[in-house]
Design a protein around this ligand. Structure first.
Ligand code: MG
Ligand code: MG
Length: 261
């Protein structure tokens, strides 16, 4: 069923909150010198301690709990003991959980140490793109309205939108119908219905939109090696506004504390 019941939405909210808290737990470890493997270990431990299971581990053979994508990597980076984060890097952490039979999926791009101003702008605009997309996720709009809102904001700020990878519905499966592209034309595509639950996840490049797959068969990177940012939240479509089930509040609370300490 493409629309969820109120009970299912509450279960999805629990999964969304667990994944939101996991990203905050892992986010406080992000600093120069940490490996993406260490981040992955902490994510899995936190999910299991809270009664969940990693949803990406084993999904089509993916080997880890997190996707960790650094700088020009867009998504699906594999955590590794050999990937040591350096001052000035950015790293997208994308996490999926399964809790009580329902999935959560969220992503946030973190700064490692001191990041240059132009890359920080990419992160800020990409996050804004996500919230523009969420604003468009109302009943009677169409999927193309969401994509249009994201694309418009990215391109008017000189960035480009990755086309080959898209957001998605979520429920008992991590990827359900419909696809949620980050580009589109107003008034086109699948009609949005109240209580459809969508993962909106702009992948925005500083340079050109083109991507390539690395030799590991998973990692997607920008063809021009320019940085790419990725933020993802889960929302339930509403009549007037979407109900945002996952949140960056835990992450941003902890980051503020980290900066202050
Ligand atoms: Mg994700
Ligand atoms: Mg997703």
């Amino acid at each position: 069923m493409i629309e969820k019941t109120e009970e299912e939405i509450e279960l999805l909210r629990q999964s969304a909150l667990l994944v939101s808290k996991t990203l905050a737990e892992v986010g406080i470890l992000v600093r120069p010198g940490v490996t993406t493997y260490e981040l992955d270990v902490r994510a899995e431990e936190f999910i299991r301690d809270n009664g969940g299971k990693p949803a990406f581990k084993g999904y089509r053979g993916f080997p880890a709990t997190l996707c960790t994508s650094v700088n020009g990597q867009v998504v699906h980076g594999i955590p590794s003991k050999n990937t040591v984060l350096k001052d000035g890097d950015i790293v997208s952490l994308d996490c999926g959980v399964l809790l009580n039979g329902y999935c959560g999926d969220s992503a946030y791009t973190f700064e490692v140490g001191e990041v240059n101003e132009s890359t920080r702008r990419l992160l800020r605009i990409t996050k804004e793109c996500l919230f523009k997309g969420i604003e468009a996720a109302t009943a009677k709009n169409r999927i193309g309205d969401v994509g249009y809102a994201v694309q418009q904001h990215a391109e008017s700020n000189t960035y480009s939108v990755v086309r080959e990878l898209v957001g998605h519905g979520i429920g008992t499966q991590v990827h359900e119908k419909p696809d949620v592209p980050n580009y589109g034309r107003r008034g086109t595509g699948v009609k949005l219905l109240k209580n459809m639950v969508l993962c909106i996840e702009p992948m925005i490049n500083k340079g050109r939109r083109h991507i390539v797959e690395e030799r590991d068969g998973w990692t997607i990177r920008t063809k021009d090696n320019e940085p790419s940012a990725h933020f993802e939240l889960t929302v339930a479509v509403g009549d007037q506004r979407a109900d945002t089930l996952s949140t960056f509040a835990f992450i941003e609370e902890k980051l503020k504390f980290n900066l202050a300490s």
